[in-house]
Design a protein around this ligand. Structure first.
Ligand code: HEM
Ligand SMILES: *[C@@H]1O[C@H](CO)[C@@H](O)[C@H](O)[C@H]1NC(C)=O
Length: 500
C-alpha cells in the first residue's frame, strides 16, 4: 500500500526520471564528437520532438537549414537524425556509400500487420536477405511482366483509353480530375498485382481508394512518429486498432482480392500477374523457414506496391494537368510534337518517347517542379560514414531532402519556376542533370521508376492527343503552390477538357 501513497510515488517518479536520463545519456554520448553535424539543443528524453512543426514540416526545417547549414542533426526522442541537403551530399550518401546507408529505421507501428524477420514487405524492410529477395522479385516481375499475354504497356494504353472515354462524357464541363486519375492509376497496379481492372463506378474500387487515403493520413503526423519512438505505448489495448483502423481495413480488402485470386490460380499455367508469381515462389519455398516467400509477406509486399505506386503517380499526373492549364503555350508545343510524331489516330507507344524530347522534358519538369516526395523515405546508417567533413555514426537515421536537389540553385536556371528548358540542351535535345532525383538514388531508389515513367508518358500523351485542357471560364487562375501532406499535392483545382 505504501507504494501508492505520496512519498512512494515521488521516489518511484525520481527513480524513473533518473533512469530515463541515463538511457538518454547513453544514447547521446556517441554524438559528442566535434565532427557530428550541428543542430538544435535537444530536451532530455523527448529530444527535438516538440520543436518540429508537424503542420508544416518544410517551413520548420527551412529555418534549421538556414541556422545550421546543409547537414544538420536532430534528436527524435532516443533516435539520432541527420538531415542531408544538396545534390552533392545526397549523391555521396546514397550512391557512394550505398551499402552503408541502405538500411531503414525500425518501424514499430507496422508490427501489428505481421512485420517480422521473414516478412518485411519492401519499403520498410531492413537491409538484409528478406529485403534483397523481395526487391529482386518485384524488379524482375515488373521487367518480365506479361511476356506471354498482355504486357504492362498494353494494360496502361488500354487504361488511358478508358480514362479518355470518361473525359469525353464531361463534355467540356468543369471538373476536378484527381479521383479519375486515382482510379486509372489504381487499375494499372491492379493489373500488375491481380491481372484485372475495375470499372470506375465499382464500389470496391471506390472503397479501396478511400481506405488508401485514410492509410496515408493516419501514417503521417505527430502520433505515428511518437508511437514509433515510444513503442511501449503501442501495447495499450485497442490503441493500434483505433489509430491504424484504415490500414487494417485496407489490408482486409487486399486479402479478399488475394483469396479470390487463389481460387482461380492454376500452378501449371504461366503466372498471370505478380500474385501468381509470388504464390509459385511460396510453393517452392515450402519447408524453408528462412524464405521471405510466405502468405504474411504476400500481403505486405502487395500493400507496399499499392501504396508506393498509386498516389505518387496519380498526384504527378494531377500536377501535369494543372501545369498544362497554367502554361497553355507549353501545352500547345506538346500537342504539336504529338501531332508530328504520333499523329491523331494511332495510340502513343513507349517507343515514341525517344523521338519526343520536348514532351519528355515537360514530364521531367513536372516531376522536378512538383517535388511530390520532398523528404524521400528515411534511411539508416549501418556503419560510420564521413560526409562533407562530418562524421555520421552507425545507427543514425538519414533524412534525404530530395527537394534540395530538385530545387538546387546551382543546377537549375529557374529553380522555383516551371521551365521545361531545364531538360533541353541548345539543340533541343533531351538532357537529364544529375540533380534530378525524384525517385531518390542508390540501392534503395524507387523500384517502380520504369512503370512510373511508362504511366506518366502514356497517360500524358494520350490525354493531350485527344483533349485541350484549360482553366474553366470565369474561374480564378489556380495556384501552383503545393499542399504538404503525406505527399505534396496541388491545391484543389478544376479544369475543362475539350476534345481536339
Ligand atoms: C511518380 C511516381 C513515383 C515517385 C516520385 C516515387 C518515389 C519514390 C521514392 C522517393 C522512394 C524512396 C527511395 C529511397 O528510399 O531512397 C521510393 C521507393 C519505392 N517505390 Fe516509388 N515512386 C513512384 C512510383 C512508384 C511505383 C509506380 C511503384 C511500384 C510499382 C513504386 C514502388 C516503390 C517501392 C517498392 C519503393 C521501396 C524501395 C526499397 O525500399 O527498396 N514507386 N519511390
Ligand atoms: C530542403 O530543401 C529545400 C529546397 O532547397 C529547402 O527549402 C528546405 O529548407 C530543405 N529542408 C531541410 C529539412 O533542410
Amino acid at each position: 500500500m505504501g507504494l501508492l501513497t505520496g512519498d512512494g510515488l515521488w521516489t518511484a517518479g525520481i527513480f524513473m526520471a533518473i533512469f530515463l536520463l541515463l538511457v538518454d545519456l547513453m544514447h547521446r554520448r556517441q554524438r559528442w564528437t566535434a565532427r557530428y553535424p550541428p543542430g538544435p539543443v535537444p530536451l532530455p528524453v523527448l529530444g527535438n520532438l516538440l520543436q518540429i512543426n508537424f503542420q508544416n514540416m518544410p517551413a520548420g526545417f527551412q529555418k534549421l537549414r538556414c541556422r545550421f547549414g546543409d547537414l544538420f542533426s536532430l534528436q527524435l526522442a532516443f533516435e539520432p537524425v541527420v538531415v542531408l541537403n544538396g545534390p552533392a551530399a545526397l549523391r555521396e550518401v546514397l550512391v557512394n556509400y550505398n551499402e552503408d546507408t541502405a538500411d531503414r529505421p525500425p518501424m514499430h507501428t507496422v508490427e501489428h500487420l505481421g512485420f517480422g524477420p521473414h516478412s518485411q514487405g519492401v519499403i520498410l524492410a531492413h537491409y538484409g536477405p528478406a529485403w534483397r529477395e523481395q526487391r529482386r522479385f518485384s524488379v524482375s516481375t515488373l521487367r518480365h511482366f506479361g511476356l506471354g499475354k498482355t504486357s504492362l504497356e498494353q494494360w496502361v494504353t488500354e487504361e488511358a483509353g478508358c480514362l479518355c472515354a470518361v473525359l469525353t462524357d464531361y463534355a467540356g464541363h468543369p471538373f476536378s480530375p484527381n479521383t479519375l486519375l486515382d482510379k486509372a492509376v489504381c487499375n494499372v497496379i491492379a493489373s500488375l498485382l491481380y491481372a484485372r481492372r475495375f470499372e470506375y463506378d465499382d464500389p470496391r474500387l471506390i472503397r479501396l481508394l478511400d481506405l488508401l487515403k485514410d492509410t496515408l493520413e493516419e501514417e503521417s503526423g505527430f502520433l505515428p512518429m511518437f508511437l514509433n519512438v515510444f513503442p511501449m505505448f503501442l501495447r495499450i489495448p485497442g490503441l493500434v486498432d483505433k489509430v491504424f483502423s484504415g490500414k487494417k481495413a485496407f489490408m482486409v480488402t487486399l486479402d479478399e482480392l488475394v483469396t479470390e485470386h487463389k481460387m482461380t490460380w492454376d500452378p501449371d499455367q504461366p503466372p498471370r500477374d505478380l500474385t501468381d508469381a509470388f504464390l509459385a515462389e511460396v510453393e517452392k519455398a515450402k519447408g524453408n523457414p528462412e524464405s521471405s516467400f510466405n502468405d504474411v509477406n504476400l500481403r505486405l509486399v502487395v500493400s507496399d506496391l499499392f501504396t508506393a505506386g498509386m498516389v505518387t503517380t496519380s498526384t504527378t499526373l494531377s500536377w501535369a494537368l494543372l501545369l498544362m492549364i497554367l502554361h497553355p503555350d507549353v501545352q500547345r508545343c506538346v500537342q504539336q510534337e504529338i501531332d508530328e510524331v504520333i499523329g491523331q489516330v494511332r495510340h502513343p507507344e513507349m517507343a515514341d518517347q525517344a523521338r519526343m524530347p520536348f514532351t519528355n522534358a515537360v514530364i521531367h519538369e513536372v516531376q522536378r517542379f512538383s517535388d511530390i516526395v520532398p523528404f524521400g523515405v528515411p534511411h539508416k546508417t549501418s556503419r560510420d560514414i564521413e560526409v562533407q567533413g562530418f562524421l555520421i555514426p552507425k545507427g543514425t537515421i538519414l533524412i534525404t531532402n530530395l527537394s534540395s536537389a530538385l530545387k538546387d540553385e546551382s543546377t537549375w536556371e529557374k529553380p522555383l519556376q516551371f521551365h521545361p528548358e531545364h531538360f533541353l540542351d541548345a539543340q533541343g535535345r533531351f538532357v537529364k542533370p544529375e540533380a534530378f532525383m525524384p525517385f531518390s538514388a542508390g540501392r534503395r531508389a524507387c523500384l517502380g521508376e520504369p512503370l512510373a515513367r511508362m504511366e506518366l508518358f502514356l497517360f500524358f500523351t494520350c490525354l493531350l492527343q485527344r483533349f485541350s485542357f484549360s482553366v474553366p471560364a470565369g474561374h480564378p487562375r489556380p495556384s501552383d503552390h503545393g499542399v504538404f501532406g503525406a505527399l505534396t499535392t496541388p491545391s484543389p483545382y478544376q479544369l475543362c477538357a475539350v476534345p481536339r
